[in-house]
Design a protein around this ligand. Structure first.
Ligand code: DX5
Ligand code: ZN
Length: 232
């Protein structure tokens, strides 16, 4: 067994389908099917029309989602001044909360606040934001979210230099905060899933490739077995 295969055996990579690409007219059924398929987390994208051009949902819908599933809710805040809404999203049932480095002035205060409220605190980095920005925040976070597309929309192509950022983040965390996790979001597909895991990703978000796959359960099984082909 080579080193990366052995490492992979020890480390379970978590699959986090992003609801953004689900059928919102059948949201309850989609969420139920996501849980039945064996996903580990449910990724929920919150967009405000300012930090990103798109708009999605608020705490009220997150609360409804919480009542529909026991999957941990991974709430990705693509909003300006996220500190205004953190209590609302955690109150609504968020288990993981990530804020963008680019949108957070008092990042240390925000991360500690998320943790005090009982959720896991994450820092998301846009594709153009270097890993070196984490030099001080690294001590306060529970996970880093590497955006591998520009945030705002599902179905975009993976930005290749994200692989280097994952490796760099892995090195930084190994030195400064070894229990922190790396999440990767954007353009994750069956054919790059294993490469991303081998670079150090612990949580892989999958939106369009998951919800357009046609068979969520078979997709999750194939991802866990290391198969590369998309379904449909
Ligand atoms: C994009 C969102 C993602 C999105 C990923 O801004 O943060 O979570 O749903 O979608 P795919 O997997 O289709 O790139
Ligand atoms: Zn996201």
């Amino acid at each position: 067994m080579n080193k990366s295969a052995a490492d992979r055996k020890k480390r379970k990579v978590l699959i986090a389908p992003s609801l953004l690409s689900a059928d919102f007219m059948s949201l309850a059924r989609e969420i139920e099917a996501t849980g039945e398929a064996g996903a580990d987390l449910l990724h929920v994208d919150i967009m405000d029309g300012h930090f990103v051009p798109n708009m999605t949902i608020g705490p009220f819908i997150v609360e409804a989602i919480r009542k529909t599933t026991s999957l941990p809710l991974d709430v990705h805040l693509m909003i300006e001044r996220p500190e205004r809404y953190i209590d609302d999203f955690i109150g609504a049932g968020a288990d993981f909360v990530s804020v963008h480095m680019e949108a957070s002035v008092h990042l240390n205060r925000i991360l500690n606040h998320i943790k005090e409220k009982g959720a896991k605190a994450g820092v998301a980095l846009n594709p153009a934001t270097p890993v070196s920005c984490l030099a001080s925040a690294v001590y306060d976070l529970d996970f880093v979210l590497i955006m591998s597309v520009n945030p705002g929309f599902g179905g975009q192509a993976f930005i290749p230099h994200s692989l280097e950022k994952i490796k760099e983040t892995k090195k930084l965390l190994a030195l400064k905060n070894p229990s922190a996790l790396i999440e990767v979001d954007g353009g994750v597909k069956p054919d790059n899933f294993r490469t991303l895991a081998d670079c150090g990703a612990d949580i892989l978000v999958m939106g369009s490739a998951f919800y357009l796959s046609g068979d969520y359960k078979a997709l999750v099984q194939n991802l866990r077995r290391g198969k590369k082909q998309a379904l449909r």
